[in-house]
Design a protein around this ligand. Structure first.
Ligand code: FAD
Ligand code: DHB
Length: 409
């Protein structure tokens, strides 16, 4: 007897990876009456609890709302109208709406975005299979590419009209594109982040990005009672070398200011080390295989752009599929890679700028430190320089969400 397959054997759009990119794409396609299957290698609990991003651009919030994932976001998301830059003992507030014609960001954890999208998908979307690990994607240059995957110890295939690799940086879909047909642009950084969660109210009601010769620190939050904090650490750092007391002392030292500031301490509930890199794969499409989100590009996290880029990639992709379905024209799909890459390279530059302006590289010269301080001073003293930062931070306007078919669920 043939083993029962956990998903249909064929679909229009096969999606590898159930992170934010894959889940949102499935939701958007479902609203347009296009069927899809999402294969996710991990289990539901793992995907829902993976600590990552926290800052959503206005365009991301609009997209999530438009596709029905706005209820908890509107209830628990924290609207932020400013960020603080701290350097050389000084603190400077960037007023986001004043500098951008009204744009702000929302602090709402990626874990919650993912929970909301999984809930919608399981309640009325297409199949979402956890524990389904893609092994390979074949036939990218044919009319029917195939995802080969393993589920509960058995191997299966999913034959598709299109395969979308939303399987993150370590995924397998990228390998479906012959190496001669893609180009990888990369940049490594000589530092990582130690990220911690702490059961303590945030010490500031806005995010604080702190430059210090001891290294960068970021003070963010998950809720009015939970802080999310990051410290620049050397590559290869073991979190075990950072007992709680050391973390608080370092956060204190790196956020020192001449103004009023007291860092509230509390129990640390999670610690992890995150390497950082910049990567872009070009093009994002090869035949009938397309790459979106972290599978296609990585940004260092200081610009808060990764999740937002993943959302704009798949929103534009869903629009292109809706256009193909409605008109038979593949024009938008053909232009999708180039359109996305323009936004990707803008975000790459901004993320690189935030990273290299705010971090202190090992062995950094005093000359380079003075350049960083001169740049931060320029942002603090020129509305034009501040507006450049604020426009990038809040994000360039995203494509509109494709209009749903008559009665979406
Ligand atoms: P992922 O979230 O990586 O999802 C890929 C999915 O594919 C995963 O669920 C994985 O299990 C699955 N998968 C992998 N391989 C396979 C396979 N072979 N078969 C099946 N499934 C597979 N971005 C922001 O916009 N704002 C921020 O504030 C921000 N802060 C960040 C802070 C940190 C500490 C980190 C690490 C990242 C941050 N980011 C931020 C980046 C953001 O988290 C990522 O860009 C985002 O997760 C990308 O989503 P994705 O769906 O493309 O990829
Ligand atoms: C968070 C992460 C970031 O990379 C960032 O720039 C701002 C906030 C966060 O996890 O809250």
């Amino acid at each position: 007897m043939r083993p029962t397959s956990p998903a249909p054997a064929t679909t229009t759009v096969g999606i590898v990876g159930g992170g934010p990119a894959g889940l949102l794409l499935a939701r958007l396609l479902h609203r347009c009456g296009i069927d899809s299957v999402v294969l996710e290698s991990r289990d539901r609990a793992y995907v829902e609890h993976r600590q990552r991003a926290g800052v959503l651009e206005q365009g991301t919030v609009d997209t999530l709302r438009a596709c029905g994932a706005g209820e908890r976001l509107d209830r628990y998301g924290l609207v932020h109208h400013g960020i603080r830059l701290r350097y050389d003992g000084r603190s400077h507030r960037i007023d986001l709406p004043a500098l951008t014609g009204g744009r702000s960001v929302v602090v709402y954890a990626q874990t919650e975005v993912v929970k909301d999208l999984i809930g919608l998908q399981l309640a009325g979307g297409g199949p979402l299979v956890f524990g389904a690990r893609a092994l390979a994607v074949t036939g990218a240059d044919t009319a029917r590419p195939v995802i080969h995957y393993a589920h509960e110890g058995r191997e299966h295939t999913l034959t598709c009209d299109y395969v979308i690799g939303c399987d993150g940086f370590h995924g397998v879909t990228r390998d479906a594109v012959p190496t001669g047909a893609r180009r990888l642009y990369e940049r490594a950084y000589p530092y990582s982040w130690l990220g911690v969660l702490a059961d303590v109210p945030p010490s500031c009601d806005e995010l604080v990005y702190a430059h210090s010769e001891r290294g960068f620190a970021l003070f963010s939050m998950r809720s009015p009672t939970v802080s999310r904090l990051y410290l620049q650490v050397p590559n290869g750092t073991d979190p075990a070398d950072w007992p709680d007391e050391r973390i608080w002392e370092e956060l204190d030292a790196r956020s020192a200011t001449d103004g009023p500031w007291e860092l509230a301490r509390g129990p640390i509930t999670a610690k992890s080390v995150l390497p950082m890199r910049s990567v872009v794969t070009e093009p994002l499409r090869y035949g009938r295989v397309l790459l979106a989100g972290d599978a296609a590009h990585i940004v260092p996290p200081a610009g808060a752009k990764g999740l937002n880029l993943a959302v704009s990639d798949v929103t534009e992709l869903a629009r292109a599929f809706a256009h193909l379905k409605e008109t038979g024209s593949g024009e938008l799909l053909d232009g999708w890679s180039d359109a996305c890459l323009r936004r990707v390279w803008r975000a790459e530059h901004f993320s690189y700028f935030m990273t290299t302006t705010l971090h202190t590289a090992p062995g950094q010269s005093t000359f380079d430190t003075r350049l960083q301080l001169a740049q931060l001073d320029r942002i603090a003293s020129s509305p034009h320089a501040a507006a450049e930062l604020a426009e990038n931070y809040t994000g360039v306007p995203q494509a509109p969400v494709p209009v749903p078919v008559a009665s979406p669920s």
